[in-house]
Design a protein around this ligand. Structure first.
Ligand code: HPA
Length: 277
């Protein structure tokens, strides 16, 4: 579904960081919260977490905020929420992800992350629903992202912007998550462009180059978060085994159903993890 309304990010002469700063001003005005500590992007299956991490003090439609696009997909809620945790932290919950496969370019994909940084957030928690390559994983299982392979051929960085991605998915934060749930496994996330699911041969390629998880989000956002100086924690919900690993065809419906079933459990886990960040 294309979004034909004007978006300031589509002007190549515009500065995406200025638009992110304007978006942060919109969020402060609309939520009444001057600054946030943590940002959390909710992927398929993770939606209930927002209700569990604390008290929602404001919910705003993302379309009211500079540079945000309409959600392209059922199951992707187009809202931003400000949540106050029992520990007194302010969490910006981003339920409005723009995917690279929508074709609007990396600037729009990472705008929510840059906006989160402009609101003051120093920690970026990225979640998604994804396919698992490891045979031992089962649909409904959450896994930590330990690293990524960016197969989109794109980058949110413009010009000669050399950013170190060692420890992109913070070991410190992964350890914190494992203290909450020692059974959490981890793997390398491969971001494909999509929107088609991978072929079995592409899944075998991902496996051969060191991947364990296949999906269509997160890597570009993580790069932008690191550029903004944020510490990143990534979680995938394994909604299905990847094409050819599972023998039955993949369907978006199946992905949504696995998300819905796992939602209460993984959201509770995420809320517990956020409480210690
Ligand atoms: N591949 C890519 N993206 C996905 C998958 C998958 O198998 N499952 C959920 N999102």
């Amino acid at each position: 579904m294309s979004d034909t309304r004007d978006n300031p990010l589509d002007d190549p002469t515009a500065d995406p960081f200025e638009i992110a700063a304007a978006a942060a001003d919109d969020i402060a005005r609309l939520t009444g919260v001057e600054a946030h500590d943590i940002a959390l992007t909710l992927g398929s299956g993770w939606g209930k977490a927002a209700d569990l991490i604390g008290e929602t003090t404001a919910t705003i439609p993302a379309t009211e905020v500079a540079g945000f696009s309409k959600p392209a997909l059922e199951g992707h809620v187009g809202t931003l929420r400000s949540v106050l945790t029992p520990g007194g932290k302010r969490v910006l919950v981003i339920g409005a992800r723009t995917h690279f496969y929508e074709g609007h370019g990396p600037r729009r994909v990472v705008h929510s992350v840059r906006t989160a940084a402009a609101t003051g957030a120093r920690t970026m928690v990225l979640t998604n629903g994804a396919g698992g390559i490891r045979h031992t994983w089962t649909p409904g299982q959450p896994v930590l992202i330990s690293d990524h392979i960016n197969l989109t051929g794109a980058s949110p960085l413009e010009g000669a912007t050399f950013i170190d991605l060692t420890d992109l998915y913070s070991m410190r934060l992964r350890d914190a998550a494992r203290r909450i749930d020692p059974s959490l496994e981890e793997g390398v996330y491969c971001q494909f462009r999509g929107p088609q699911y991978e072929t079995p041969a592409e899944v075998q390629m991902a496996k051969a180059i060191g991947g364990h998880i296949v999906g269509m989000s997160t890597a570009l956002e993580a790069i932008a978060a690191r550029q903004a100086g944020m510490e990143v924690l990534g979680f995938s919900l394994i909604t299905n085994l990847a094409a050819g690993i599972q023998t039955t065809p993949l369907s978006h419906q199946e992905v949504l159903e696995a998300g819905r079933e796992a939602e209460p459990r993984i959201s509770a886990l995420l809320a517990q993890v956020l409480a210690v960040l």
